[in-house]
Design a protein around this ligand. Structure first.
Ligand code: SAM
Length: 309
């Protein structure tokens, strides 16, 4: 019987470990203009997408990340009408955002058209409802260029980026976060894909350092996502409205009902509140004392080290 190919996640090679997944079938393998793309089927996680050796989305556990990156900022905000997604090529987050009937316009800025094209074929459960929704607009561009130049303003910005390598590196810089802030309406909120702090602490510390230089509040919240290996996944949270993170459970529930009471499999109002209760090692890593010792210059050098690969 032919051996099944094993597809390695190479994101943590510099840390001396890899996760590998047996491919029942390799559906797509391509080098786009921006990155290496492989989509395959795994017996446990279903369809798995990797970009430049980093797991992006799996059909088995995508709901956790997609629900937590969309419902948390929108329900914390409470009156979001315009939302921007930077990245998000598989359209999984766009599908969750559009479940909120109060959202009037969703713009998604994705650098790689090939990711959206192949998602149309292989993740129709996301792309089908999204591309048919008149509120949705897709822009193929570098997210950095878009946020630096757009005249549009957004209540929520969701940075659903790859990791700080290749085209995604710029989406972890202070310039990018400053440009995102420029695009936010007063009291708006930005959330970011910020890696697994147990394995990528520098990435989170650098981002929070930049958030705190730009916003009244910069922190993160966490969720357990099986295929983002290494423990808690951190999602950056930056806003000038200090009340957003503190939104109480009854208010979150009421907002979810007003948004359409759509079914969820991970998000609940209690989970949203609890997600900001950080394990001590994460809280200490982004404490004001720790951030003060890092400083913006060091944070920028962390970003640069990622960029140089
Ligand atoms: N959920 C995944 C994760 O947490 O790693 C991310 C999903 S999505 C596939 C990431 C998307 O970011 C990709 O489609 C990639 O092409 C896009 N991307 C990377 N750099 C970008 C940039 N500078 N501007 C816009 N999109 C970018």
């Amino acid at each position: 019987m032919s051996q099944k190919p094993w597809i390695p996640e190479t994101l943590f090679d510099t840390l001396g470990f890899r996760m590998s997944y047996a491919a029942e079938r390799v559906l797509v393998e391509d080098r786009t203009a921006h990155q290496h793309l492989v989509l395959f089927e795994n017996a446990t996680f279903g369809k798995m997408l990797m970009l430049d050796g980093a797991t992006q989305v799996t059909s088995r556990d995508e709901f956790i990340y997609h629900e937590m990156m969309s419902h948390v900022p929108i329900l914390a905000h409470g009156a979001a009408k315009t939302v921007l997604i930077v990245g998000g090529g598989d359209c999984g987050i766009a599908e969750e955002v559009l479940k909120h009937r109060g959202v009037a316009r969703l713009v998604q800025v994705e650098i790689d058209a090939a990711v959206v094209e192949f998602a149309k074929e292989h993740f129709p459960e996301f792309t089908g409802p999204v591309l048919a929704d008149p509120r949705f607009a897709l822009v193929i561009a570098d997210g950095m260029d878009f946020v630096a130049t757009t005249q549009e303003r957004f209540d929520v910005v969701i940075v659903d980026s790859t990791d700080p390598q290749g085209p995604g590196a710029v989406l972890f810089t202070k310039n990018f976060y400053a440009a995102c802030r420029r695009c936010l309406t007063p009291g708006g909120v930005m959330v970011t894909q910020n890696g697994v702090p147990f394995l990528q602490p520098d990435e989170l510390v650098a981002s929070v350092t930049h958030f705190r230089a730009l916003f009244a509040e910069g922190t993160c919240y966490v969720a357990a996502i099986p295929t983002y290996v290494g423990g808690h996944m951190a999602m950056g949270f930056a806003t000038d409205d200090l009340a957003l993170r503190q939104t109480d459970i009854a208010t979150l529930e009421a907002r979810w009902r007003a948004a359409g009471a759509f079914p969820t499999r991970y998000w609940t109002a209690e989970v949203q509140r609890a997600a900001f209760a950080l394990p001590r090692f994460i809280a200490e890593a982004i404490s004001p004392e720790a951030i003060a010792s890092v400083g913006p210059a060091s944070a920028a050098s962390i970003q640069k080290s990622h960029k140089d690969g």
